[in-house]
Design a protein around this ligand. Structure first.
Ligand code: MGD
Ligand code: MGD
Ligand code: SF4
Ligand code: MO
Length: 728
């Protein structure tokens, strides 16, 4: 090229659905060739209307992160080295089937992490691989997250994915417990620009009431904030139920013919008077009565609970009572209340044909006898299954988009367990705290290198929408559905050179059968494209993938509409307000009423705008500035314990200890300490330069693997007893 030659830079743009959190924002990526020049909110997106958060804005930084894995790694003589894809699959083929033949299927555990839900490849092709492995040792991040909501929905409505969401855009009263959507951007409630939508409630003259031990960013914009003692939401919610009955405020509206179990709920609520729960919850009886009266009086109201209510000792009872309140105020399945989305594809409760009622506890874990829920066991017991010898002992682990070493309880014990495995595979894009234990790491494309359709999250959206976005850039690594099919072939015994096309045909055949359509209608499409097309065709709107391809900013399918009774699949065909499986745990809660209120400090978690669980701390734009991994504590506790802002503290629990900087703030309730999760990057053998320099501490060294929600096996991550003292 001559010096006078001018390079003409052609900038292009591509629409991308952000897969990082549950909000499904439409973004516009500006490309300078294969470089990402910028990312901004897509103003034309039918759902997010241009909204973007700092994480979405860093998709370019993620895409170009030099630490991202772009080739498989295999452990040779103790060291992870880059190899070809053939070599990596050869190692899996040599080791995994032999291990399964010798020790059985249950000897292989699987852990599927959060991003596996936000990734069409893993969401659609993970299940085929999991089924081929056929292990009872199946774990996911749900048991450190939302499983109680699935449990309660399964019994109330007949399917664990029949989850009502607050009709944010039309409600006039939102009672929000243990959620911080201003920071999290919403969870079990797909609602891009949660802040704008919350602001809308107040602009309509409505009211937002937040129940949270911390004056969170969401509490700051609310009308009322009740700083509850951690772990006591079920008591508060039962007291609200109690008041509704006692003051004759129950109004079922049109729900009456669809409900059973009302009288049982009434009698169960009897002991939980506002006065009886006041000291345990830390909320005045009169405040509780006012909350109930205002909820009942609101023209349209929704009760909504999230992480703070699910990851606690009574997580399932709290999740159940949230919907009991939606029913008792006549707000279930009603505009402006809590409604059931009708997703365009893949939603279990919108498929044709009869559905079977759901049940949990079909099998139990080997060591601790913990019940299965939705086909999975509590991740709190994964280490037990690896460390405890005997028939069925776990000897191999496959992680798919998961970082359990930072995200699951008693992380110290899990570390010890992983070090003892015979074989481990990680499908992961980073060499991090978990994947460093693997023998084989198989990376996948970045979010810009793969097509996207949000199968899971449109089932929880506050508006019915559908959006397919193609990959913005080519990928140097295989799409993960191909990797998963390779692994499926290997464990199914057909070897690493089985035809991917025939494996894919099998998966598509099964998807077509479930969607009630003929597989041939998808023409010559393959992979997720074909599956999504089949699901759309079998879905309630008669859409095809071609329709979505023609609408790059998404298709708006309208506001949520009432779905009772068709949405139900309970044995009675009704909303079963008092199912035995849930009611059986009420005596445990009654027991709490008689106990003296403990003075011990308890630990809770928090989320941060620039953080995405554990895995985006390697991006400079998201971590620069002050250290955000601090222990927040109230000034009264700080002075009593001799802790100073900016000083250091040792925090201890039954499970472990961490040393962490102190942040004194009156935003937090006295008696409570808050440390965010996802940090603790200062371990050897990772490849994450930026994260290592901004390490923070792993709060899950403190989370106790023996403290679980009794029904769902979900770990108590909010309300962990701790002691804290200054480090000098
Ligand atoms: N104490 C405490 N603990 C918590 C929580 C809490 O509030 N407090 N929150 C819990 C919750 S809600 C959740 S969801 C869990 C999350 O728990 P996990 O899902 O175990 O953890 P993540 O941090 O989401 O890690 C995701 C992993 O997937 C990898 N990854 C990202 N994208 C891709 C991809 O496209 N393909 C592949 N193959 N890999 C990818 C990342 O590198 C990372 O290793 O943490 C839980 N843990
Ligand atoms: N920026 C950012 N966004 C995220 C994530 C992230 O890591 N960063 N993670 C994503 C994931 S995986 C999820 S699951 C969602 C979670 O979404 P949310 O549940 O909205 O987020 P959290 O910040 O965990 O909110 C939990 C709130 O519960 C409060 N709390 C703690 N204990 C109790 C209690 O006992 N009772 C009550 N009533 N409140 C309590 C905490 O103080 C906190 O404000 O966020 C998603 N979005
Ligand atoms: S709110 Fe969630 S989906 Fe939207 S840009 Fe941020 S991370 Fe992405
Ligand atoms: Mo989560």
């Amino acid at each position: 090229m001559s010096p006078s030659c001018v390079t003409v830079v052609v900038m292009t743009t591509a629409p991308v659905t952000c897969p990082l959190c549950e909000a499904t924002c439409g973004l516009e990526v500006t490309l300078d060739g294969d470089r990402v020049a910028g990312v901004r909110g897509d103003a034309a997106d039918v759902f997010s209307h241009g909204f973007i958060c700092p994480k979405g804005a860093s998709l370019g930084a993620l895409h170009h992160d030099p630490d991202l894995l772009r080739a498989p790694l295999v452990r040779r003589d103790g060291v992870l080295v880059e190899v070809s894809w053939d070599e990596a699959f050869a190692v899996v083929d040599e080791r995994l089937p032999a291990l399964m033949a010798e020790h059985g299927r249950d000897a292989v555990a699987i852990y599927a992490g959060n991003p596996s839900v936000h990734n069409a490849s893993t969401a659609l092709y993970g299940p085929a691989f999991f089924k081929a492995v056929g292990t009872k040792n199946f774990y996911t991040a749900s048991t450190v997250d939302q499983l109680p909501k699935h449990f309660s929905s399964g019994y109330l409505f007949g399917h664990p994915l029949t989850i009502p969401v607050p009709d944010l855009d039309r409600t006039e009263h939102l009672l929000l417990l243990g959620a911080n959507p201003i920071v999290s951007n919403g969870s079990l409630m797909t609602a891009p620009d949660a802040r704008g939508r919350l602001r809308g409630i107040r602009e309509r003259g409505g009211k937002i009431v937040v129940v949270d031990p911390k004056r969170s960013r969401t509490a700051e914009i609310a009308d009322d904030h009740h700083a509850i003692r951690p772990g006591t939401d079920a008591l508060l919610l039962f007291a609200l139920v109690n008041v509704l009955f006692a003051e004759d405020l129950v109004t079922l509206r049109g729900l009456a013919p669809h409900i059973t179990g009302l009288d049982t709920v009434r009698s169960l609520a009897t002991p939980f008077t506002p006065a009886a729960v006041a000291s345990a919850t830390g909320l005045a009886a009169e405040e509780i009565r006012r909350m109930a009266r205002e909820l009942a009086a609101a023209p349209r109201a929704a009760v909504y609970g999230r992480m703070g209510t699910t990851t606690q000792s009574f997580g399932t009872l709290a999740s159940w009572l949230v919907d009991v309140l939606n029913v008792l105020t006549g707000n279930l399945d009603r505009e402006g209340g809590a409604m059931f989305p009708l997703a365009a594809a893949g939603q279990a409760n919108s498929r044709r044909g009869k559905r079977r009622p759901w049940t949990a506890g079909r099998w139990r874990s080997r060591v601790r006898g913990l019940p299965e829920v939705m086909g999975e066991l509590p991740v709190a017991t994964l280490a037990d299954e690896i460390l405890t010898p005997g028939p069925g002992q776990v000897r191999a682990l496959v992680t798919v988009c998961g970082n359990p070493c930072l995200s699951t309880p008693n992380a110290g014990r899990l570390e010890e367990a992983l070090a003892q495995l015979d074989f481990m595979i990680s499908l992961d894009v980073y060499l991090n705290e978990t994947s460093r234990h693997a023998d084989v790491i198989l990376p996948g494309p970045t979010p810009l290198e793969r097509p996207h359709y949000d199968l899971a999250l449109y089932q929880l959206a506050v508006r019915n929408v559908a959006n397919w976005t193609p990959a913005a850039l080519p990928t140097p690594v295989p799409q993960e559905w191909r990797t998963l099919l390779r692994l499926t072939g290997i464990v199914a015994g057909t070897g690493r050179s089985a035809s991917l096309a025939s494996l894919d045909d099998m998966v598509a055949g099964e998807a077509a059968r479930r969607a009630g359509v003929d597989v041939s209608v998808a023409g010559d499409r393959t992979g997720p494209e074909r599956l999504v097309d089949l699901m759309l065709r079998g879905g309630p709107y008669d859409l095809t993938l071609a329709d979505l391809e023609a609408a790059p900013h998404g298709v708006d399918l309208g506001a949520l509409t009432p779905r009772l009774p068709d949405v139900l699949s309970t044995p009675s065909g009704l909303v079963e307000l008092a199912p035995d499986a849930i009611v059986s745990d009420v005596p445990r809660l009654v027991g709490v009423l008689g106990e003296p209120v403990s003075e011990q400090l308890v630990l809770i978690g928090r989320r941060q705008l620039g953080s995405n669980n554990s895995w985006m701390h390697n991006l400079e734009p998201l971590v620069r500035g002050q250290n955000r991994c601090t222990a927040q504590i109230h000034p009264a506790d700080a002075s009593r314990l001799g802790l100073v802002d900016g000083g250091r503290a040792m925090v201890r629990s039954r499970a472990g200890k961490v040393e962490v900087p102190v942040e004194v703030t009156d935003a937090i309730r006295p008696g409570v300490v808050s440390i965010p999760h996802g940090w603790g990057h200062d371990v050897d053998g990772t490849r994450a330069t930026v994260a290592t320099a901004h390490a923070g501490v792993n709060t899950n060294l403190l989370a106790d693997d023996t403290l679980l929600d009794a029904l769902s096996g979900t770990t108590v991550l909010n309300g962990i007893p701790v002691e804290i003292e200054p480090v000098r």
